[in-house]
Design a protein around this ligand. Structure first.
Ligand SMILES: NC(=O)C1=CN([C@@H]2O[C@H](COP(=O)(O)OP(=O)(O)OC[C@H]3O[C@@H](n4cnc5c(N)ncnc54)[C@H](O)[C@@H]3O)[C@@H](O)[C@H]2O)C=CC1
Ligand SMILES: O=C(O)C1=N[C@H](C(=O)O)C[C@H](O)C1
Length: 236
């Protein structure tokens, strides 16, 4: 597979290393101000850039007829626009807030737990995420996906960062040196706490998942999710 990397930071570099090990090649790389190679040579584009440029990258790929995998977080208010563009262009598109197999299993466990615990009103649910100091967006895209999974089964109406409103799901975001990505869901009562935790030890899980998604998408048309890529069927 010939890959265009849109964004060549921590994730772009990890994807490059693992893609080369799997026998793929990198034919194009875009950095903040410069680019190397020819975008037109790519079979697929993988975008891990920044919230401000993700839409530009995704649009560019869809307009060129190149399948696009995007992992950039913090731009999701424009997701429906990108879906429409993909449909209009008969293109191929996967977005995931987190590409790691472990987190995608965690998403299903989270929804199952939310449904199971929902009738037990003494438990108050909250979400915490911890990431490295360079992260631009808060809360993380993964924390938002987790919150949406909980809200499907909760009396709470919405989520907010740092809230104490009773009917709103509280998300706390912490920034600490070199943390790759930790997500914790807590159900607190006066008697006990039930916690679900996922902790990434490196960026390799995210990168491997993104390459898996690219291999899946390369010869398909349409809009897909990581559930399609991984064949995860248990939902709630
Ligand atoms: N979905 C997932 O599984 C994961 C998503 N992410 C997300 O991916 C994004 C990137 O993360 P990192 O690689 O850690 O960030 P990073 O800051 O290390 O790299 C971002 C790269 O984007 C590129 N970039 C920035 N502005 C650009 C512009 N104007 N034009 C072209 N390229 C530009 C630069 O090459 C920069 O190095 C973030 O939004 C992060 O939240 C990160 C890890 C996993
Ligand atoms: O910025 C990161 O590093 C990460 N971002 C993603 C997110 O916002 O959820 C995924 C992962 O947690 C790492």
């Amino acid at each position: 597979m010939k890959i265009a990397l849109l964004g060549y930071g921590k994730m772009g570099k990890t994807i490059e290393k693992l893609a080369l090990e799997k026998g793929h090649s990198i034919v194009f790389k875009s950095l903040s101000k410069t680019a190397e190679g020819k975008f037109e040579d790519a079979d697929i584009a993988i975008d891990f850039s920044s919230p401000e440029v993700a839409i530009k990258n995704i649009s560019k790929a869809l307009e060129a007829g190149t399948p696009i995998v995007s992992g950039t977080t913090g731009w999701l208010d424009k997701y429906d626009e990108m879906v429409k563009l993909c449909e209009n262009r008969n293109g191929s598109f996967i977005y995931a807030s987190n590409f790691s197999v472990g987190v995608n299993l965690f998403f299903s466990i989270n929804e199952y737990a939310a449904k199971l615990i929902a009738p037990w009103k003494e438990y108050n649910v909250s979400v915490e995420e911890i990431h490295h100091l360079q992260k631009k967006d808060a809360p993380s895209g993964t924390a938002i996906t987790i919150a949406e999974g909980i809200l499907k089964h909760s009396d709470k109406k919405d989520w907010k960062l740092n809230t104490s409103e009773e009917n709103t799901l509280n998300i706390t975001a912490k920034r600490e040196e070199d943390v790759k990505g930790t997500h914790i869901v807590s159900y607190d009562s006066s008697i006990d706490t039930i916690s679900l935790k996922h902790e990434a030890h490196s960026r390799e899980g995210f990168a491997l998942g993104a390459i898996l998604a690219a291999e899946f998408l390369k010869d398909k048309k349409g809009i897909f999710t990581m559930k399609d890529v991984l064949g995860i069927k248990i939902n709630d």
